[in-house]
Design a protein around this ligand. Structure first.
Ligand code: FAD
Ligand code: SF4
Length: 445
């Protein structure tokens, strides 16, 4: 039995004063206590932060940002209605982690400081540079599934297990810390260190420093509708990520609006693949906001190899469906959609508005045209490319041997506007115009 001191300070100053080399701060204990039980961590003093005043608060700031005290429980943050509405990607990441019981106990500060999940790290009998610097790394040449593909070093190939941290990195969070030498702020991207030659130093915290709070900047709330957390793991709950990603997309349309206020003949927006549905939403928002002047440049939307149904068929894609429906009737733009059988990564020749089940009576867009690879590519090239589905997904952006009505270079660099070029051109006969989506609800404008 190893003896250790356990203290529960009631002020920040006392907590920091109680720290000395060999001591450890204690949050919810869901990681540290486990590691103590198996002898991986052996602090001689535990400083329980649980009684420090004010660290369990979530503060939504007037500028749209937020400050999350280090002792806020993972579950409380994920289920806080105001926080989850403003920063859904963070709530999603938290709820993707651990289990309900663990999230009820675990603190956000402890989550960011949790130790690696490498099996050799957790086995005191294995060589591990993190536990014992210079001892070697048993994971190299051992069981390495779930360990790093990027960012590893010769000394260590472990990953950081936190889901929460991935979302914070995407939103440019800042970590507020306090230590014997006072307080400071650390940008989240600089908080965790790559292993390099010193894998035992996992964060930018100096000795004795502790996390006080995490701050999301005002700008982070702008990503509310366009940020998602995706986690791939061996089973759908209670498992660490094999790989995960948080993506936050800025969709402001400011550059397009500025161009529309200029002198050009035409502003041409080109959306390829998933860029097609992004362009639909950006242009819908601009038109709704009255930012497309009636006396400005012509507005053209060229969508290439679209994958709109991948999103518009989802139950909760009411906003995109509303945008498709809205844009399909507008006079402010000309919308031409190009795809072709053979492109295995698009919904070739599907009219994205109609197949999504939201075509209104007054629908006029998009004009769906086939790039007809069998005719526009030479027989030799078609033979070489016909089974290369992913390569063909990018053919719209490449030169054709025998360009037909569609040629990327003529459309984007030629003298005609998109509307003039396709004026009177009928849609391809082989287009698909059958409403097939089960989900057709639309979000009101
Ligand atoms: C079975 C299981 C499955 C899990 N699955 C996941 C998962 O899928 N995704 C995921 O993200 N996590 C997962 N976890 C990890 C879990 O999220 C962490 O155990 C938890 O977040 C740690 O928080 P805590 O407050 O309990 O930290 P503690 O265990 O108290 O502390 C962890 C570390 O942080 C330090 N620390 C604590 N608070 C502070 C502070 N304020 N300042 C400085 N240092 C501090 C401690 O000294 C210690 O080193 C899982 C855990 C278990 C047991
Ligand atoms: S990968 Fe890192 S944590 Fe795992 S055994 Fe090697 S040094 Fe230790």
């Amino acid at each position: 039995m190893r003896q250790f001191d356990y203290i529960r300070p009631t002020s920040l100053a006392d907590a920091i004063a109680a720290w000395s080399p060999g001591a450890a701060y204690l949050g919810g204990g869901t990681n540290l206590v486990d590691l103590m039980k198996i002898g991986v961590q052996q602090p001689d003093r535990l400083i329980d932060l649980g009684r420090l005043p004010g660290l369990d608060r979530i503060e939504m700031r007037p500028d749209g940002g937020a400050r999350i005290g280090a002792l806020v429980r993972n579950a409380d943050l994920a289920h806080d209605p105001a926080f989850a509405a403003a920063f859904p990607v963070v709530a999603e990441a938290l709820l993707a982690g651990a289990s309900g019981q663990l999230r009820n106990m675990a603190t956000v500060g402890g989550n960011l400081m949790q130790r690696p999940r490498c099996a050799y790290f957790q086995d005191p009998h294995s060589a591990c540079n993190r536990r014992a610097p210079g001892a070697g790394c048993a994971a190299r040449g051992g069981e390495a599934s779930g360990l790093a593909v990027l960012g590893w070093s010769d000394s260590c190939i472990a990953t950081n297990p936190s889901d929460f941290g991935v979302a914070l990195a995407a939103l440019d969070a800042v970590v507020e810390v306090q230590g014997p030498d006072g307080g400071r702020e650390i940008p989240f991207a600089a908080f965790h260190r790559l292993p390099g030659d010193t894998p035992e130093i996992e964060t930018a915290l100096a000795p004795g420093e502790l996390i006080l709070a995490l701050c999301l900047p005002a700008g982070a709330a702008a990503f509310r509708d366009h940020a998602r957390y995706l986690k791939l793991r061996e089973r759908t709950s209670f498992a660490f990520a094999l790989v995960s990603a948080a993506a936050a997309l800025r969709m402001e349309g400011d550059r397009i609006a500025a161009a529309l206020a200029g002198e050009a003949d035409e502003v041409l927006v080109v959306g390829h693949s998933s860029g097609a549905h992004l362009a639909v939403s950006v242009l819908s928002a601009l038109i709704r906001a009255g930012r497309v002047p009636s006396d400005g440049p012509a507005l053209g939307l060229l969508t290439l190899g679209q994958v709109v149904p991948m999103l518009s068929f989802l139950p909760r894609a009411a906003r995109l469906r509303g945008d498709l429906r809205f844009l399909s009737t507008r006079d402010e733009l000309a919308w031409i959609d190009i795809s072709a059988p053979g492109d295995g990564c698009s919904f070739a020749l599907c009219d994205p508005v109609t197949v999504s089940g939201v075509a209104p009576e007054a629908k006029r867009w998009p004009l769906v045209i086939s790039a007809a690879f069998t005719q526009t590519l030479s027989p030799e090239r078609w033979k070489a490319l016909r089974w290369r589905f992913f390569r063909l997904h990018f053919q719209y952006l490449c030169a054709f041997d025998r360009p037909g009505d569609y040629d990327y270079f003529r459309v984007t660099a030629g003298p005609q506007t998109l509307a003039a070029r396709y004026d009177g051109r009928p849609a391809s006969k082989s287009r698909i115009e059958v409403a097939v989506s089960k989900y057709t609800s639309v979000q009101a404008a």
